[in-house]
Design a protein around this ligand. Sequence first.
Ligand SMILES: [Zn+2]
Length: 414
Amino acid sequence: MKVGTLTVENRDNAKVISGYVGNFPLWYRMPKDIEVDQHDGTFLIISAIFPAMLLQQDIYLDETLYMSQCVYEKLDQIQRTFTYFNPAFKPIKVHAKTQATSAASLGRTAFFSGGVDGAYTAAKYRDSLENLVLINGFDFNMDDEQWQQMAARAQKSADTLNMRLICIETNMKEFTSWVGITRFVNFGAMLASVGGLLKASEIIISGAVTFDRIFESGSHPLLDTLWSTETTYVNHDGLEADRTRKLAYLKQYPALLENLWVCWKTPTSNCGKCSKCVRTFISTYLNEIENIPFETQPQLSDIKKLHIKSEEEFYFFEVFLNDAIKNNMPELQKKLVWLRLKYNLRKSLVEIDEVYFGRAFHKFKRRRLSLASDITDLHIKARYTDKYKIEDLEKKQNIKESLPSVVEIGTIYG
Ligand SMILES: [Zn+2]
């Protein structure tokens, strides 16, 4: 897989950086004054690792470019981790000129989407953090209006803390879909690569889990830091506090709470209905916080309607239940106990079906489902449809011409 054709262009209002990962064009728009090393292809190598491992193709970086020696030395360890998570990722070699990356031009920097984790990090490091980075094209592809609204909201939080807000527009999400992987696989790596591109001395990725409950993820405290270059230390931070404790800490920053955005459904407001909104509501209820804006105010009765989908998610509710017991909140406790019962019952039924009935019920449920409709993007854990996603990627990669980026990403750079 060839990687390179890096261009750095200063347009009227923004700097545009683009390069190719195979035949896919990856691009970033950012403020003009950000210094970028136009010979440093590390961010492209980091992005390319995932498709290259799936295709079992070595990576060849343009001879005009170099990559960070420090990242190069850790590539084997990084790849072993992904192979361990999902054997569909096979180790490959990277052929590139290597050297130390150039001196930092930005100080301590953290990603910030306006959510609980990012707001907590920003507040915690208010004395030393200089920049917050907000991205369009990462979680959501926002149009002009949505993006301007989100940027304005984040700007208010940045102003409160006296920090600079750096807005980045990119087709990263389009790239992840093109590879056929879920965002969960490469989000730590992609964020780390942006930190390196910005030449920040430190880039902080705010973790969502706590030290006692770390699980396999493309953004992981042991993994994210391996993407550190000579210039940029990648710090996966915030594992000392769960969501409820982070919100308790944020109580002293009402301006941050009023600007909080946590929703999985819409980028412009908190719907109050999705599981992330309801989870945040439980934390606010436990903390007696009332100034977080929801479109529809969640109620305790909404908890019973939730469906816990994974062990990781189940853990969040276990913590809530412990807190509800500790805080003597019987109404909340009842709803959480019901939710836990529902989850455990479902899990037991699946086990019984598997062990005693050879998955007969599962097969009956899926009998009308075609293979095509059961194929999902490749995840951090192996799934039987992974091989079909890899075949798709092979076909896309075999197209000789370079592809255009077709996604519409709203801009604040006019
Ligand atoms: Zn929501």
